[in-house]
Design a binder for this molecule. Structure first.
Ligand code: MG
Length: 393
């Protein structure tokens, strides 16, 4: 699925009593808007995030995108009303994009799971929004007197995201423009053209920050999440390849002069494979064979550093960065230590981390076993990943 997100972020924060627009107000050290964008950055089906910011805050918003490494995000000028900002965002949605997910910039606690659920339902039904059933008894009141009690069974409170097939969304906005219709969410635009919006049960935590009290509630929810989650994940990888004549020996992306080399579908870089497997393990994403199958000709003879780059990208998409890796290569011959600095550099660049995040060790098995007999080389890797999100809290 190719989906784009539009985040109207034009709120001026009048009710908040804040000097700057409320989306720049920090929640647990991170601007409200950045919390919202990050949730979308973590959803694989969302390939582009368009933030429609107030004209006079375009530069600050762009700075935030850079500072927090929001690599799917693009900033455009929004408008006066929410729908003006959504319309401005819609103009930047590419033709090939099938679905558009609109989300309030002032709902920082939306989860990637809720976004995915709305995308899945929209995929089935054309449009889906997050909403929660009304809990309180609802009264219709005039001049401080109750006129009647409204049957709450059929009442739901609208939230965002609201995901709509792009062609339906464009049609709804064209109709709204024609009729000078003003609506406060996408569902009301769909009503205008008689299209159905389905409902996905949202979350009580997916609150919209509109009053100062909301900030206190949001902050405590975030702190609770932080306590439950250390933001660290550990992984282990092991690999072994056979040594044969007529192949080059590549370890950590470095070609090492030797009489034999490792046999495999790719360059058989056993060290880099162990590291890839450790990172995938930490992510709970299976192993290297699942992501880059031997049966796929695309990976024949490929540099394993390229696979490592892809694995590091996957970690980034899931919101993790490599904190450190400790790798042991088991080889009787040749001597590896002189090549470690070059390997360390290759691995650090592929993972986009500092050199000292990567530690390399070599050992022999004192001529015992398959590595001792020089039938093959094996490698173990242990990694710690750190959640990027928590690094900045
Ligand atoms: Mg391998």
């Amino acid at each position: 699925m190719y989906a784009a997100a539009i985040i109207p972020a034009g709120g001026i924060g009048k009710r908040m009593g804040l000097g700057s627009p409320k989306q720049f107000y920090e929640l647990a050290g991170v601007p409200i808007l950045v919390h919202a964008i990050r949730a979308f950055e973590q959803v694989a089906d969302i390939q582009l995030i368009i933030v429609a910011a107030p004209q006079n805050h375009l530069a600050d918003t762009e700075q935030l995108v850079e500072k927090f490494h929001l690599h799917k995000t693009k900033v455009v000028a929004g408008g006066k009303l929410r729908q003006d900002s959504v319309r401005a965002g819609l103009a930047h949605v590419p033709e090939e994009c099938q679905f558009v997910a609109v989300h309030d910039g002032a709902r920082p606690l939306v989860s990637p799971e809720l976004i995915s659920a709305c995308l899945d339902h929209a995929g089935l039904h054309g449009a889906a929004m997050a909403a929660i059933p009304v809990k309180d008894t609802i009264k219709e009141v005039a001049d401080n007197v109750v006129l009647r009690t409204v049957d709450r069974n059929a009442l739901w409170q609208a939230q965002t995201p609201q995901v709509v097939r792009t062609d339906i969304m464009r049609k709804a906005f064209a109709a709204a423009d024609e009729q000078s219709f003003i609506g406060t969410d996408e569902a009301s635009f769909l009503e205008l053209i008689g299209e159905k919006m389905t409902v996905v049960e949202g979350s009580e935590q997916n609150i919209k920050i509109t009053r100062p009290d909301d900030l206190l509630i949001a902050e405590s929810i975030l702190m609770q999440k932080k306590e439950k989650n250390t933001g660290m994940r550990v992984g282990h990888g092991y690999d072994a390849h056979r040594l044969v004549e007529g192949r080059s020996l590549v370890l950590g992306g470095v070609e090492i002069p030797h009489t034999t080399g490792l046999l495999g579908h790719s360059d058989a870089d056993v060290l880099t494979h162990a590291l890839c497997d450790a990172i995938l393990g930490a992510l709970g994403s299976g192993d290297i064979g699942k992501h880059f199958p031997d049966s796929d000709p695309a990976y024949k003879g490929i540099s394993s550093l390229k696979l490592l780059e892809n694995v590091a990208d996957l970690a980034g998409d899931k919101g993790y960065v490599l904190s450190n890796a400790d790798i042991t290569v088991i080889a009787q011959q040749p001597k590896l230590a002189p090549h470690f600095p070059a390997m360390q550099e290759n691995l650090a660049v592929a993972c986009r981390v500092e050199l000292d995040c990567i530690n390399l060790k070599g050992t022999t098995t004192e001529k015992m076993g398959f590595t001792g007999r020089q039938e093959g080389i094996a490698a173990h890797a242990v990694v710690l990943l750190q959640e990027i999100y928590l690094l900045s809290l």
